[in-house]
Design a binder for this molecule. Sequence first.
Ligand code: NI
Length: 216
Amino acid sequence: MNTQEIIQKTELYILAEFSSEGSGHDWFHINRVRNMALRIGQNEECDLFRIEMAALLHDLDDWKLTDSDSHYPIKAGRWLDKMGVSEEVSSQILRIIEDVSYMGAGTDTPVRSIEASVVQDADRLDAIGALGIARTFAYGGHKNRLIYDPSIPPVMHNDFQSYKASTAPTINHFYEKLLLLKDRMNTQTARIIAQERHQFMQDYLTRFFEEWEATK
Ligand code: NI
């Protein structure tokens, strides 16, 4: 199989796996991350096949969706095997996927390749801005969380377990993750896009609290 065929087959596989995903990690999220990763990748010295494959497979083994503590992307690995991708390329793609996860405000998530920087940026960009707001509330609803409760302040999680265990209202997630992301972009292209999306979220939150207090 050539790389184009592998990408097409992978797309169909992911489309089928994520067709009825209601938590905001649906096929369209994955497709946006793929498109954004390719856009950012144009401006970097990097391998676009590895980027596109990692973007397509990045949520297949997501701990948020599978309740697993392991960060090793088992299903993605099996799929790459099945596609006949070489051991070397496959392990590079799997390493990109491992690097993409966000583990809480105080947990450092270093990237080990330029390809991982690009895919991580693309995934993080989809968590902010207008789409980020939509996905955050979709995820909160999926987890039965309150939209907001003024008596529960945001917490900066210093370790992955406490971040994962959090049951706080959805608005807190903006302060625990989303508003921190613009300063955590790896590439210049993503930093510029993040700036605008960040501003949009801040305007949204200002308005949210004004309406909450019935002043607007
Ligand atoms: Ni994702």
